[in-house]
Design a protein around this ligand. Structure first.
Ligand code: C2O
Ligand code: CU
Length: 467
């Protein structure tokens, strides 16, 4: 095997780890007869990460943790066992499930060191298919725990006619920076403010792994961006890429794309029709405003698609998927704005992102930092609302809502074409993004927040209750 082409700017020490390795996938745990019962043990572990020894946090000893494969209508039982010296908990990011009791309850469930908790999560029968993920959601610790290795994929399989593919892969992208001893580094207050970005951009814990395929094969890649802050702009020249879904939003027909943006915490489900030649999955320059290009500039090659062997015959076309409801046809029960801001702690003086000073900043929604005891927004179950996130800061914020999907209807006043559902939306520096939200089922309290996890930990999170 040859060497994969290294990304520019990774530095000489990282270069040693670039020997081409084939892509490994974490263990896959599948539901049977409508149930998936798993035990996830969270512990500090020594693993191989980016081709070298690392001392990280793991679910069941691996980074990423096991992939959970579910079907719509399934029940997911997770026994989360905490072997850390800090509290942790579990969020099933993007799943349309209840936020109450033992389900996706990030506000009330905190698993203390040495303790465990039984999650019981029921997917509705009509849950949309797609890639999702799980990660800790312990306020003030979320960014550090993800940075140190706590993330894993979830796939909800198609309920309808199967999409014919030769291979179905899960690509969990993450980033971190390791010190000489292989520990994820501690970041400065300034990096927290900007949203930390790692020097190592990994796919399934590997640096530029190789995926082998034959010309003409059609692969399905579920790409999950678990980076704590890094937005991805991806490109795979020489091969056809068709977008099947964004986050929770399965498209009625696949859409051919040259480039695809995946916000951190966001996902894409794509079909790759393999061309004639070996190519690279490229991470282009970081499209985030401020936090800029991170320490390493564009991540460069994330993986190599090595093409060999004889061509295979074309597969049958992809069956259409029922169009998700267009909420623009519904009269919203409420229109709200959510102002994203930055304040000096105690001062109340607004900083419009000119970047002076980083200490003592709090990040706010409607002028207030997160308080788990306060309910910021009450919505009526069975209604559709329109929310506009207005960004008064000088950096982008990817806003994520738990439980209910968001249909993106306008960005900076420009209407969005087609029916696009996401659970995380970009709100650009100084801009605004409008979404419609179907509060159709699941009552209870949960949160919406910036998914630059450092910003979430710094207070850019609020409580919404549907009743
Ligand atoms: Cu991916 Cu509230 O989180
Ligand atoms: Cu943010």
């Amino acid at each position: 095997l040859g060497l994969a082409i290294g990304a520019p700017g990774w530095g000489p020490s990282a270069g040693l780890a670039l020997a081409a390795e084939s892509l490994s996938e974490p263990e896959t745990l599948r539901s049977a007869n409508g149930l998936l019962r798993v035990r996830l043990e969270v512990a500090e572990t020594s693993v191989t990460l980016a081709g070298r020894p690392a001392h990280v946090l793991t679910y069941n000893g691996t980074v990423p943790g096991p992939t959970l494969r579910l079907r719509p209508g399934d029940r997911l039982h997770v026994e989360l066992v905490n072997r850390l010296s800090d509290p942790t908990n579990l969020h099933t990011h993007g799943l349309h499930v209840s936020p109450r009791g033992n389900a996706d309850n990030t506000l009330d469930v905190h698993v203390q060191p040495g303790e465990s908790f039984h999650y019981d999560i029921q997917l509705p029968d009509d849950h949309p298919p797609g890639p999702f993920w799980y990660h800790p959601h312990e306020h003030h610790l979320t960014a550090d725990q993800i940075w140190r290795g706590l993330y894993g994929g979830i796939v909800v399989e198609d309920a309808g006619p199967e999409v014919p593919v030769t291979r179905d892969r899960v690509l969990v992208v993450s980033d971190t920076t390791l010190d000489d001893d292989g520990h994820p580094v501690q970041v400065s207050e300034w990096q927290r403010m900007e949203g930390r970005e790692g020097e190592l951009v990994l796919v399934n814990g590997q640096l530029t792994p190789t995926l082998e395929a034959r010309p003409g094969e059609r692969e399905r890649w579920r790409i999950i961006n678990t980076c704590t802050s890094r937005f991805l702009r991806l490109r795979l020249d020489g091969h056809k890429v068709d977008l099947l879904a964004t986050d929770i939003g399965r498209l009625a027909e696949p859409r051919r794309v040259d480039e695809v943006e995946v916000l951190n915490s966001g996902r894409v489900d794509v079909l790759v029709t393999v061309g004639e030649r070996t190519g690279e999955l490229q991470g282009l320059a970081n499209p985030r405003t401020r936090g800029g290009d991170g320490p390493s500039g564009a991540p460069g090659a994330l993986a190599t698609l090595r093409v060999g062997g004889s061509p295979v015959p074309a597969l049958p076309p992809v069956p259409a998927y029922p169009q998700l409801p267009d909420l623009r046809e519904v009269q919203p029960a409420a229109r709200r704005t959510m102002v994203l801001g930055l304040d000096r702690a105690g001062g109340g003086h607004e900083d419009h992102g000119d970047g002076h000073g980083s200490g003592g900043m709090v990040m706010t929604i409607d002028g207030r930092p997160f308080d788990h005891a306060r309910t910021d927004v009450v919505t009526r179950l069975g209604t559709v609302e329109e929310w506009t996130y207005v960004n008064h800061t000088g950096m982008d914020h990817p806003m994520h809502l738990h439980v209910w999907p968001m249909q993106v209807v306008a960005i900076d006043g420009r209407p969005v074409e087609g029916v696009v559902y996401q659970d995380v939306v970009r709100v650009s520096a100084g801009g605004e993004t409008t979404v419609r939200i179907p509060f159709e089922d699941f009552d209870g309290r949960t949160v919406f927040h910036c998914h630059i996890n450092d910003h979430e930990d710094a207070g850019m999170m609020a409580v919404v209750e549907a009743r």
